[in-house]
Design a protein. Sequence first.
Length: 292
Amino acid sequence: MKAPPFGYVRAQSLDDVFLLRADCGAEARLLAGGQSLLATLAFRLSDPGTLIDIGRVAELRGIDGTLAGDIRIGALTTHSELCRSDLVRERLPVLAHAASLIAHPAIRNRGTIGGSLAYADPAAELPAVCVALDARIVAASPGGERRIAAAQFFTGLFETALAADEVICAVELAARSAARPAVILEVARRRGDYAMAGIVLAAGRAQDRLIDPSIVFFGVGSGPVQAAEAMAILDGRPAGGEALAAAQAALDRDLDPPTDQHGGPAMKRHLARVLLARALAALREPGKARAA
């Protein structure tokens, strides 16, 4: 299929983005990596009128580890850059691992973290990681910047809390503490496919007990889904036995999966229970995280 007719302009700076948006009207769309947008254009699911290419905006690039305990990742950072960054691999290894699960090299070389968050696909890995790690989404507008907690950023199916005049300029995350490891696991039909279901789990450890666990699922709802009841059950308890069984049972109340091309709610809940057990095991034995 062919995309509908559209105009094309290239922004050279963040101020330029705001000016072009004002000139091109509300139907204009921002083009970063384009790995989701170009597909929707090809199927005529999008009809933007004008594409504003932000790929050369320097203010949206870079990975900065000099902030006090935080890492700031520019919105135009590609998935491949997340995988290769020594800083990300050392201080946010779950984010580097999540990026490595996305599609295939050609997609990872062009797709960006800002684009993934703005598109808000419910089966995408990076939104779930950001929610689980309490990331802040930095949104810029002509009036300045504001920071949105990731848990409040994703508001519905392909919907976010971004205002019409805002653009994601960065993501800020606290560097990982060795005392609070995190893992990401997913089930997909083939390597590189969207996940049928996935989990991001981060938790502190005190001896064999979990402290303040954060459990976020993807591919099982309209966006990243926090398993609040399961989190409460596991908090302060050993990650196995009766606590695990109770947390798995609680997922039937935490999750309300829709039917999609992969299967129905019962299958999604089953996968979520399996993934929770695997993720808890991976926290105990980190070497198993990638193989699970």
